[in-house]
Design a protein. Structure first.
Length: 286
């Protein structure tokens, strides 16, 4: 991860939504950030423009923003020339978002990212980049659901809680490596882009955030039944301190370990997605 945070007050990028503007919008519309929806609005123009730069989108590119809120990041994405669709679930924030975003050409969609059919937003024949400040409480679920169900969303640049970002981007040998990391590696590559301090949000969260880029692979990393694969991964990491012969007891026998070329004394955190794929094939007797 980059040592420097994304926000850099020394850079004069101009104005999207400053902190005072965010407060003004909330006050003038009688709104308060929703804890239930995990709302923390970005209030630093430098940060949103840097996110837009990391997204590497430009004229005519299709972008989907999830949880657009009051439109801070939305406006920065519009400045790139991208065609932006902003998805927002909060019915109270939506009128403000429409007032800000629609006049500059943004399509605003009222929908829950946890339930939406992404084919109604981006046609299966199209390709789009997701750029978002995701709520801490559902960010992981949104990312994995997109990977599982929406191949047309082939790249994501998302801001999540720092610890979650580390798990999304972790490789074998990293402290943060776990079942989520394997899930991401099955579908995509991932890397950390930078940290984001609490001070750029309204209200300020108690933890740091981080930006992570996820690029979908042309095909899954292994040719394995995903239901079987992730059942093994879940069982292995569910008892990650135990050797695989214990954590996978009843799921993988000694012969399967031998066929896969994986030591039953290994632990889940020592296996990459290819190793897990070999276990699935060996379990099936391939």
């Amino acid at each position: 991860m980059r040592d420097a945070p994304l926000a850099d007050p020394g850079e004069n990028w101009g104005v999207t939504h400053s902190r005072s503007k965010i407060v003004e919008l909330l006050d003038s519309h009688g709104l308060r950030p929703s804890r239930a929806l995990g709302q923390n609005f970005v209030s630093d123009p430098n940060t949103v423009r840097r996110i837009a730069r990391f997204a590497d989108v430009g004229e005519g590119d299709r972008v989907v923003e999830i949880g657009a809120g009051l439109g801070s990041l939305t406006l920065a994405l519009v400045e790139t020339g991208a065609r932006v669709t902003a998805v927002e679930v909060d019915k109270y924030v939506l009128p403000v978002l429409r007032e800000i975003a629609e006049p500059v050409g943004v399509e605003v969609v009222e929908a829950d990212a946890l339930a939406i059919d992404w084919g109604t937003v981006v046609a299966p024949t199209e390709r789009a980049t997701v750029v978002a400040n995701l709520p801490y409480n559902v960010g992981t679920t949104i990312v994995t659901r997109i990977l599982d169900t929406a191949p047309q969303l082939d790249r994501m640049v998302v801001m999540v809680q720092k610890e979650v970002a580390e798990r999304l981007a972790a490789n074998v040998g990293d402290d943060a490596y776990g079942a989520l990391s394997v899930k991401i590696r099955y579908h995509a590559t991932a890397k950390l882009l930078g940290t984001v301090p609490p001070t750029v949000f309204v209200p300020q969260p108690e933890v740091h955030s981080a930006l992570v880029e996820i690029r979908r692979l042309p095909e899954p990393a292994v040719d394995a039944d995903p239901e079987v694969l992730f059942a093994l991964v879940k069982a292995g990491f569910g008892q990650r301190r135990k050797m695989l012969r214990r954590s996978l007891a009843g799921l993988v026998d000694a012969e399967a370990f031998e066929r896969a070329g994986i030591a039953p004394t290994a632990r889940a955190e020592e296996l990459d997605v290819v190793d897990w794929g070999r276990l699935v094939a060996a379990k099936a007797g391939a």
